[in-house]
Each structure stands twice: as C-alpha cells, then as structure tokens.
Design a protein around this ligand. Structure first.
Ligand SMILES: [Zn+2]
Length: 251
C-alpha cells in the first residue's frame, strides 16, 4: 500500500511549467526571478521516497534560485515532508537520536539516518524555543494570554535547580560564581505544575493523575521564573482557589 501511495503521490507532485504569460517572481535582492526550467528532487514522505518535479526560478541579478512550490509544501531546502519531520521530532524527543532509527523503520517502514532524526528534532525544538521566548517576553510585560475560567481547587508549582558542569564553550562570556573566576557550570532549572482535588483515606493530598506539566531550561533562576510563571498561568493559575509554591529555599 505504501508503494501504491508513492506512485500516486509522485504523479500528484509533477508540477507543470508556468503559463507563457506568467509573471516573474520578486527576488529578495529587489530584482526579479524568471522561470528557467523544471527540476526534480527526491522527497521522503510517510509513504516512502517520492519524486517531485516543479518549476525553478532564477534571478539573473544575484543568481539566487527559488522553488515557489517547495515553499507552498513546507519543504524549502529540506529532503523530507512535514509528516516525516513530525515523526522524527517525536522520536528524537523521546530517545537518543541513534536509537530513533529503529522505531522509524518498524512503525513507519522508513529508512532514516540518525542525523536526519537529529536535524528534524533540533529544528522543531528551535521553533518551540522561539515560541516560548515570545510568550515569556510577553509575560514580562504582563501581557498574559486569556485563560478560560476553570474550577481548580488547588494548584501546585514546584521548582528546583542544580549547577551542571559544562565544557568551556558553553560558558563563554559568563562569569563564575566567585568573582574573577571563569564559570565552569551553568544553572539547570526544572519546574512542574499540577493540580490536586482529592485526598487518600488518611487525608493526604493526592496529585491529580496526568495533571503534571513540566518546564526545564539551562538558564538563570531569574529567567526561569518567567518561564515557570508562564506555564502556571497557561494552566489556569489565576483561577486556582489555593495556590501552593514549593521550592528548596534557594535564591
Ligand atoms: Zn536576486
């Protein structure tokens, strides 16, 4: 069935050359890119490797080429489809990249090098990080998203941090804990948010199952505070009747 899908998809991905009276495309240099020829590339999809043929445009001024179809399909400069990259990111987020090749083979029938799993996971991770940074920056300005009213009897926020040893390149430009000393460690912070509604037969509070979300980062406690606050806020902090924060007493 995957092979049948590959045949069908390959046929769908044969784009014709543009009409005779097509307009040139704008180029980032300010000039225009003109249609040059049809070009093919192999693309790995969830069905397998397919052949994509689409128009290629070239700017005579700056010699930059572009494929409008690739942008439309979300594969500009990439060798795998969004579907495959999603799988790679999920697998790469759950296990070491090299081990990720095995489930890709067994579950999806795809032969993928560990490097591809790493690239996809890192790229999507970077996108998530940028989105988080944006939310945290807004939280600092007290521009918080609207969170619909919820019935939360008790919400807990837990946090802790630890100094992790790192290679010199990771501490460049940072000062150590003692003055005039190069930093050899960086702060690694972890926090979680969960709710509690019941107690056990002895009256001890029980965490609601599946209610925990985590945030973690290698950053200072101050930066992390905003990250954790954003997460608690997203979970409905403002609606919690009882708010509990547990830390280790560190700064
Ligand atoms: Zn150009």
């Amino acid at each position: 069935m995957h092979q049948a899908g590959v045949s069908a998809l390959t046929q769908l991905l044969q784009y014709p050359p543009p009409e005779e009276d097509h307009r040139p495309l704008p180029c980032s240099c300010g000039h225009s890119a003109h249609y040059k020829e049809l070009r093919s590339k192999t693309l790995l999809t969830v069905l397998g490797a397919v052949q994509l043929t689409r128009p290629y445009y070239l700017c005579a001024h700056c010699a930059t080429g572009q494929y409008p179809v690739d942008v439309e399909l979300g594969i500009a400069g990439l060798e795998s489809s969004p579907g495959v990259r999603r799988m790679e990111a999920v697998v790469g987020g759950e296990m070491p990249f090299a081990l990720g090749c095995e489930p890709m083979k067994v579950l999806a029938g795809l032969d993928i090098p560990a490097k591809a799993v790493e690239r996809a996971a890192e790229a999507i991770g970077a996108q998530i990080a940028r989105r988080d940074e944006h939310e945290i920056a807004r939280a600092k300005q007290l521009v918080l998203p609207l969170v619909s009213k919820q019935n939360i009897p008790e919400m807990y926020v837990l946090m802790d941090g630890v100094q992790v040893p790192v290679v010199p390149a990771e501490t460049e430009g940072r000062t150590g804990r003692a003055e005039d000393q190069r930093a050899r460690t960086r702060e690694c912070e972890l926090g979680c948010v969960f709710t509690q509604t019941c107690v056990d037969h002895e009256g001890w509070a029980i965490r609601d199952s599946d209610s925990t979300t985590y945030v973690g980062a290698i950053e200072t406690a101050e930066e992390f505070g905003f990250r954790l606050y954003s997460e608690a806020w997203r979970r409905g902090w403002e609606w919690a009747k009882l708010k509990v924060v547990i830390g280790t007493g560190g700064r």
